[in-house]
Design a protein around this ligand. Structure first.
Ligand SMILES: Nc1ncnc2c1ncn2[C@@H]1O[C@H](COP(=O)(O)OP(=O)(O)OP(=O)(O)O)[C@@H](O)[C@H]1O
Ligand SMILES: Nc1nc2c(c(=O)[nH]1)N[C@H]1C(S)=C(S)[C@@H](COP(=O)(O)O)O[C@H]1N2
Length: 179
């Protein structure tokens, strides 16, 4: 049976990028990362939205339930600023949380910037979708994804999603051997 093409949501959450005050570099950085790392077929569905609760809620639900994304990566809105609500909405739309993602990303980010602890970034599962939050700084994208990406293909296997393969020269997907 042919493997279905993985659909991956890429969501930039930024008031200024969504208003065109600066060019969104976060979404393209996520897409470029996936192009470098994934060797199995995938389609990216990118959105740029403001830090608005209803819009983010609808965007995440639609990418998960209607589009059928196995993975949704957000960037921005994870900090303590009054309008930052990406982790809160992520938790609200998810059935179950995956706190290890945020823990590991903060740990590796702390080696780069002392303000890493200001990110409330998290991850969770909605139906058959894994939602992962990244900070807004475009350079944080590869820093964080390098840490958690080795576990993402197996996470999606366990959710019965498409079989993702990676370029081992870039990221080695870790799949524990079956007993
Ligand atoms: N999507 C993005 N594209 C390009 N640069 C970004 C993006 N998001 C954040 N940055 C950069 O990182 C800095 C810190 O991120 P910050 O969280 O303040 O941005 P933001 O979420 O876009 O802010 P706001 O939503 O208030 O417009 C920004 O000042 C900007 O230089
Ligand atoms: N790897 C990494 N993590 C990082 C950063 C960074 O530059 N690199 N910036 C930090 C800062 S300054 C903030 S305020 C928080 C939240 O950023 P956000 O609101 O743009 O998501 O992420 C933190 N995590």
């Amino acid at each position: 049976m042919p493997e279905s093409i993985a659909k991956i949501g890429i969501v930039t959450v930024s008031d200024r990028a969504s208003r065109g005050e600066y060019e969104d570099r976060g979404g393209p950085a996520i897409r470029q990362y996936l192009e470098e790392v994934l060797t199995s077929p995938w389609n990216g569905i990118a959105k740029v939205i403001p830090d608005e609760r209803d819009m983010l809620t609808q965007t995440l639900i639609s990418l998960a339930d209607d589009v059928g994304c196995c993975l949704i990566i957000t960037t921005g809105g994870t900090g303590p600023a009054k309008r930052d609500l990406t982790p809160d909405v992520t938790e609200q739309v998810c059935d179950r949380m995956m706190p290890g993602f945020g823990e590991l990303m903060r740990k590796v980010s702390l080696e780069k910037v002392p303000t890493a602890i200001l990110s409330r970034q998290t991850a969770g599962l909605r139906g058959s979708s894994l939602i992962v939050n990244l900070p807004g700084q475009p350079k944080a994208i590869a820093e964080c994804l390098d840490a958690v990406f080795p576990a993402i293909p197996y996470c999606i296997d366990l959710m019965e999603g498409p079989y993702l393969t990676t370029d081992p020269a870039r990221i080695e997907a870790f799949r524990p051997k079956k007993k």
